[in-house]
Design a protein around this ligand. Structure first.
Ligand SMILES: *Cc1c(COP(=O)(O)O)cnc(C)c1O
Length: 342
């Protein structure tokens, strides 16, 4: 086949466009560990402004921004409240234990979303046997929950619990722009509710590298040491930050196209006889379960043959992700392949 492959495994597979590369090529740079890179500083300031927070810290990955935040918010023998399928717990190599020596209180959410009463009930009372609760962490959109999002009232209720118990509230916002675009929420509302936010530029935003941790000026100052000890201090990182700035300017509103395509895929899948269940496609992730009569391995091999890549996401579970490098013509090819398997 002479057609380009269609990669639905993740929104991390995008390659920078010529226009993004052009922006990177012309970046003004300096040594960012010396705090002399104007483009990194511009990215940190612009991202912080979008969320109504004071300052930002540019890091190589979302795992690093999350783990730095957790380290700064906790002490050894304390505890982080999070959802049992949250990225910080499930997919960051046990980093909470490794970096922070902290424990986790794992809650079961509705497609990853926690409620205020649920979180409040998990806060530890004073008792010498217990770890001390030090942090509440949410994820929006929720990856394992199939890109589910919180409503603003839900977030406000959670923030109220955090505030009343004097606990910091962190957001793993790897796909926070997807949440904002899907719900019409304003990022600046998040700055009122969350103490710290981790934002990824390398997912749906289409940058090749980079995440920004947001918080108060004092908090971000404190995190510079932690980034350094993790080996995340970068030098002429402005070339990478330029891609992030370009993404903020050009790739936010277009996430609505990814969401439209994800909904279309979800509808298509729901009508297939070999599909048992499709999670609601609220943003750009489509998680579905194949009937036992259609083994997942064979399904993925069939797609591969058709030039389509997808991820296994558990027993009989498959994930499709729409992103910058999936257009309507590709979607039509996916449709043809899916229908042909009926
Ligand atoms: C991808 C992702 C991250 C961070 O991933 P990196 O690959 O380390 O940038 C964090 N949280 C969620 C929910 C993610 O999907």
């Amino acid at each position: 086949m002479n057609t380009p492959p269609i990669d639905l495994r993740s929104d991390t597979v995008t390659r920078p466009t010529p226009a993004m590369l052009e922006a990177m090529f012309h970046a003004r740079v300096g040594d960012d560990v010396y705090e002399e890179d104007p483009t990194v500083q511009a990215l940190e300031a612009e991202t912080a402004a979008r969320f109504g927070l004071e300052a930002g810290l540019f890091c190589p990955s979302g795992t690093m921004t999350n783990q730095i935040a957790i380290k700064a918010h906790t002490v050894p023998m304390s505890e982080v409240i999070c959802e049992q399928t949250s990225h910080i717990y499930l997919w960051e190599v046990g980093g909470i234990a490794f970096h922070s020596g902290a424990s986790v209180a794992l809650l079961t959410g509705d497609r990853g979303r926690l409620t205020a009463p649920q979180v409040e009930a998990a806060i530890r009372p004073e008792n010498v046997h217990y770890p001390i609760t030090r942090l509440i962490s949410l994820e929006n959109t929720h990856n394992r929950g199939g890109g589910s999002c919180y409503t603003l009232p839900e977030l406000e209720a959670l923030a109220e619990v955090a505030r009343r118990h004097r606990l910091p509230l962190h957001l793993d916002g790897a796909r926070v722009f997807n949440a904002l675009v899907a719900t019409g929420q304003d990022g600046r509302e998040y700055g009122r509710l969350f103490d710290t936010i981790s934002v990824c530029l390398s997912k749906g935003m289409g940058a090749p590298v980079g995440s920004v941790l947001l918080g108060s000026r004092a908090f971000i100052q404190q995190t510079k040491r932690i980034r350094k000890v993790m080996g995340g201090g970068m030098r002429q990182a402005g070339y990478l930050a330029a891609a992030g700035l370009y993404a903020l300017e050009h790739n936010v509103e277009r996430l609505a196209d990814d969401h439209r395509r994800a909904r279309k895929l979800a509808d298509l899948l729901a009508a297939r006889p070999y599909v048992a269940e499709v999670l609601p496609a609220d943003t750009n992730l489509v998680i579905f379960r194949l009937r036992d009569s259609q083994p997942a391995e064979a399904f993925l091999a069939y797609l591969e043959q058709q030039g389509i890549k997808a991820s296994s996401f558990g027993p009989q579970l498959i994930r499709f992700v729409t992103h910058l490098d999936v257009d309507d013509a590709m979607l039509a090819r996916v449709e043809k392949a899916l229908v042909a398997l009926d």
